[in-house]
Design a protein around this ligand. Structure first.
Ligand code: NAD
Ligand code: UDP
Length: 311
């Protein structure tokens, strides 16, 4: 039985990860300050004898004996990470320092939930791990993008200088049950709007693209990455290469919900990337991983979840 720390464990992705790690017979310590996550996401795990929930902010040091650390603490929706931009940078950077220090002291493996946002508004398409990205360092998304880039820098340097066993995954847009209904990200916004019969809000003309990955595929990739050979530190892209315009996504969600919602256009937020699609050759080769759940199936499961919240 391994002792595993999951930071941001009460969030959307963290809660699925905690569940999976417990299913596999591990002991899980879930740390969260409930900024965007909620106890509700893990309440069903509270009676599990090997699950522990701790309210803690990762910008402060945390001491615990563990074998592995999954560092997920950080708001992920643009609306939320821009709400307190300074705290977002601190969470990524100071949080990484604290968790890496812990990994170094106890000799734990540590995985960083990095992001496709490190590629910014990419000039290379699809994005491979060796692309350095195109990020505005002073724009409205910089608190998140640059925070995550600095965290990657910290990870590789703890590895080079202190031989900490690190793993970096770059996660592309992921969706599924337990996204917060007011999260502000596109899949949850569109499904909630469609189910309520409200207009679907497209920012810009809807021609920007994203590649959407269902949560179960991501969790599988994360776990395979943690278990991979020591020399493979990443970064590795974990995403679904199926690329859709935001307009296509809106139409698909209207179709799958059977909604009568209309579509309205709103201004495109600044620095909103125009296209995004992962090249997953590296994950295929190193982790023998690829996504299994296609968009329609994943959206149907997610729609069902949001429907259940409304009853
Ligand atoms: P989320 O907002 O649901 O989860 C983040 C969790 O971190 C929340 O529970 C929040 O309360 C917690 N948190 C925030 N600041 C904290 C702090 N200072 N101390 C302790 N806990 C803190 O978002 P998510 O989609 O579950 O994302 C999880 C991780 O995956 C994030 O690091 C995010 O950057 C990364 N990621 C997610 C996606 C995606 O599409 N979902 C894509 C790329 C990267
Ligand atoms: N978006 C949209 N309507 C919404 C929410 C988002 O058109 O109600 C767009 C947003 O401008 C972006 C894309 O959908 O182009 C994905 O946005 P999200 O916030 O989910 O993630 P990110 O931009 O970080 O990929």
């Amino acid at each position: 039985m391994k002792k595993i720390l999951v930071t941001g464990g009460a969030g959307f992705l963290g809660s699925h990860l905690c569940e999976r790690l417990l299913e596999e017979g591990n002991e899980v310590i879930c740390v969260d300050n409930y900024f965007t996550g909620q106890k509700r996401n893990v309440v069903h795990l509270l009676n599990h004898p090997y699950f522990e929930l701790v309210r803690h902010d990762v910008t402060f040091p945390f001491f615990v004996e563990v074998d592995e650390i999954y560092n997920l603490a950080c708001p992920a929706s643009p609306v939320h990470y821009q709400h307190d931009a300074i705290q977002t940078v601190k969470t990524s950077v100071v949080g990484a320092v604290n968790m890496l220090g812990l990994a170094k002291r106890v000799g734990a493996r540590i995985l960083q939930a990095s992001t496709s946002e490190v590629y910014g508004d990419p000039k290379v398409h699809p994005q491979r791990e060796d692309y350095w990205g195109h990020v505005n360092p002073i724009g409205t998304r910089a608190c998140y993008d640059e925070g995550k880039r600095a965290a990657e820098t910290l990870f590789v340097n703890y590895h080079r200088q202190n031989h900490v066993r690190i793993k970096i995954i770059r996660i592309f847009n992921t969706y599924g049950p337990r996204m917060h209904p007011n999260d502000g990200r596109v899949v949850s916004n569109f499904i909630v709007q469609a189910l309520k019969g409200e207009d679907i809000t497209i920012y810009g003309d809807g021609s920007q693209t994203r590649s959407f990955q269902y949560v179960d595929d991501l969790i599988e990739g994360m776990i395979r990455m943690m278990a991979s050979r020591d020399e493979f530190t990443g970064p590795v892209n974990i995403g679904n290469p199926g690329e859709y315009t935001i307009m296509q996504l809106a139409r698909e969600i209207i179709r799958l919900t059977g909604s009568r919602s209309g579509i309205i256009m709103k201004p495109l937020p600044s620095d909103d990337p125009m296209q995004r699609q992962p090249d997953i050759s590296l994950a295929r080769k190193e982790l023998d991983w690829e996504p299994k759940v296609q968009l329609e199936e994943g959206l149907l499961r997610t729609i069902e979840y949001f429907r259940s919240l409304m009853h």
